[in-house]
Design a protein around this ligand. Structure first.
Ligand code: IMP
Length: 196
């Protein structure tokens, strides 16, 4: 089974390939000759994830999935949430986003947060299918670690003492929000291809 992952984020592509293993083949946008920015203008993670997958499916006619992810910080009433990518502005700079988040959180003792990912799959059933992954954790006081991307250096998943950015790709792939959602997608594909 081949599925296009509708993302221009090379880190997300690498993570999903690592998580999916050998059970299904992930094809990049470049491999289907798509070199465009994908639209992402809806007010929810579900909406954006659907919008990206629909765009690629309708224009390139290949079964595909997209993800949209948000970091929801309790003391900031769920912000940045769906605005995670452009929290500090339309230039979508991760360093600036992190700096703004740490500034807004200040010395607040409530550091609780969660990462939430919605994957939308289009092209195998009549209707889109959704797979969700969520990981609770806390926001650090300062940046820790060099791997990963986005908000990884300030997020420690619950039950661990390292930020995502202090973990290897393989460690993050065992527990992350995206890993949970991709595994659900994989289970669906396995059930679908199993003999009846
Ligand atoms: P989007 O899903 O590409 O719109 O991502 C929203 C924002 O969350 C961007 O700033 C990403 O860098 C960030 N983000 C998405 N997934 C992750 C992750 O796994 N770790 C850290 N930041 C992430």
């Amino acid at each position: 089974m081949k599925l296009c992952f509708a993302t221009n984020n090379k880190h997300k592509l690498e993570e999903a390939k690592d998580i999916a293993g050998k059970n299904f083949e992930i094809v990049s946008l470049e491999e289907i000759n798509c070199f465009e920015e994908l639209p992402e203008t809806r007010p929810t993670l579900e909406g954006n994830s659907l919008q990206k997958a629909e765009y690629v499916f309708q224009k390139y006619n290949v079964p595909c999935f997209a993800d949209d992810t948000g970091l929801e910080v309790e003391a900031l009433h769920g912000e940045p949430g769906v605005f995670s990518a452009r929290y500090a502005g339309e230039h979508k700079n991760s360093g600036d986003n992190i700096a703004l988040l740490l500034k807004n959180l200040g010395n607040n003792l409530n550091r609780k947060a969660r990462f939430r990912t919605i994957i939308t799959l289009i092209g195998l059933e009549e209707k889109p299918l959704y797979f969700e992954g969520e990981v609770p954790g806390i926001i650090t006081a300062e940046l820790r670690g060099k791997s990963g991307f986005g908000y990884d250096p300030i997020f420690i998943p619950e039950g661990y003492d390292k930020t995502y950015a202090e973990m290897s790709l393989q460690e993050k792939s065992l527990l992350s929000h995206r890993a949970i959602a991709v595994k659900k997608l994989e289970q669906y594909l396995r059930r679908r291809s199993a003999p009846q």
